[in-house]
Design a protein around this ligand. Structure first.
Ligand code: TGC
Length: 398
């Protein structure tokens, strides 16, 4: 494959970034190209998660990089987004790792934890010495966390958690799980007889906690997602996240992870576009490069438009986030658009590559398969359409 023209040189994104942001991006691009790319096709085929990269990601400052203090880099939202974009240009599994660790598990502790909880977990997680997972989705589905059936009941001076979760990234090698469960206790925010969702920090070595990797995935094969079982898992009183009361707790973390996806999916899209451009120049049919045909050029131009529009939208949301004014509905605009367009671009690139497009000589089919997961997790396309529908009409369709 010849080197594709630098897409980002055609459209000068750099002009809209600070020097610091460009440095974060370059650091992530180097890691993606030098460390992930040489091994990713093999890892994807063998369903192998490369544990040794975790420490390197910590040393690069990527874990919880948008958080302040506790060993975290305190970088801006745009810098974090650019890192997500570059990692996902290599593979969605590695952007997902950074999202689960930093945007979900670490964010939950940073936003809602006690000072002791923050001191205990965050520095090690930022360094890549400790891994966290985020246990929200349950086996019956992920779209309606209000319907969760995992419970935490008061027992003496602690809590006992029972239930099950599914699709929980990193769980089989995580050190700590942020577990969301329903409590029935008026003094813990449920009202009289009501239930409240609360978060608990559960060390994964706690008896009764089991994590089983899910086999048979045809997507995200270089990362790990698990089934979790909680069978009388007993934790001390200080395991509860004191400042997360109700569903706004986990949703506040989903906002962070969805924001990273807005950027990340555009990385996968860019990689597919680059492959399609390269192949259009290299591959000859009817005696000339296929890229000399108007039909191919029209497809490439449309793909390019959506990559650039998607990145500009991500940048706009990033600047809003840095000003503290980014709303959940705006994040839904970005998540829905980025993933939907990235998937379309991956399919178009696959078609341009013809038969070669289904092989692992090119990254396109792997990205397309990964994006099917990205489309579903952190709120499906349909959930984000309904969040926006509610925003536009004031009517709740859930
Ligand atoms: P609703 O009545 O809308 O809200 C309940 C409470 O939550 C608040 N809230 C939010 N707060 C912050 N950010 C948001 N985005 C929020 N959305 C809602 C809301 O203000 C309210 O607060 P309060 O204080 O008044 O009680 O709740 P609902 O049940 O009607 O929500 C509807 C809906 C569909 C929007 C919501 O359920 C939803 O977003 N569903 C999708 C959930 C989702 O994304 N699941 C996928 C999880 S993927 C995952 O867990 C990643 S793990 C990845 C890995 O491990 O690899």
């Amino acid at each position: 494959m010849t080197t594709a023209p630098r897409i980002d040189a055609v459209f000068d994104l750099d002009a809209l970034l600070s020097e610091d942001e460009r440095e974060w991006q370059q650091r992530a691009r180097r890691f993606a190209q030098e460390r992930i790319m040489p091994v990713i096709e093999d890892d994807f085929e063998r369903m192998h998660f490369r544990r040794e990269f975790v420490k390197e990601l910590g040393e690069l400052g990527f874990l919880g990089m948008h958080l302040k203090g506790y060993g975290c880099a305190g970088a801006g939202a745009v810098a974090y987004g650019l890192v997500c974009l570059e990692l996902e240009a290599a593979d969605s599994g590695w952007r997902t790792f950074v999202s689960v660790q930093g945007s979900l598990a670490m964010s939950a502790i940073h936003k809602y934890g006690s000072e002791e909880q923050k001191q205990r977990w965050l520095p090690g997680m930022a360094a890549g010495d400790l891994i966290g997972c985020f246990a929200l989705t349950e086996p019956q589905g992920g779209s309606d966390p209000a319907g969760m059936t995992t419970t935490a009941r008061r027992d003496g001076d602690g809590w006992v958690i029972d239930g099950a979760k599914r699709w929980i990234g990193l769980a089989s090698f995580a050190d700590v799980a942020v577990v969301w469960a329903k409590v029935e206790d008026p003094s813990f925010g449920g009202g009289s007889g009501g239930h409240a969702v609360r978060g608990f920090l559960v060390p994964t070595s706690t008896p009764g906690f089991t994590a089983t990797p899910i086999d048979g995935k045809l997507s995200m094969r270089a990362s790990v997602q698990c089934d979790l079982a909680f069978d009388g898992v007993r934790v001390d009183d200080d395991a509860i996240l004191p400042s997360a009361k109700g569903l706004s707790g986990p949703f506040g973390c989903l906002n962070e992870a969805r924001y990273g996806i807005v950027w990340g999916a555009m990385g996968a899209a860019r990689a597919c576009l680059e492959a399609a451009i390269s192949r259009s120049v290299d591959r000859e049919v009817f005696g000339r490069p296929i890229g000399a045909n108007q039909l191919i050029q029209a497809k490439l131009a449309d793909m390019f438009l959506e990559v650039e529009k998607g990145i500009l939208l991500a940048l706009h949301l990033g600047r809003l986030k840095e000003h503290g004014s980014l709303t959940p509905a705006q994040i839904s605009v970005g998540k829905l658009n980025s993933v939907r367009e990235a998937l379309h671009i991956a399919h178009e690139a696959r078609a341009i590559l013809a038969g070669d497009g289904i092989t692992n000589e090119f990254p396109v089919m792997r990205h397309a398969a990964n994006l099917e997961s990205v489309r579903t997790y952190e709120g499906t396309d349909e959930i984000h359409q309904l969040i926006l529908g509610r925003e536009l009409t004031g009517l709740n369709a859930f």
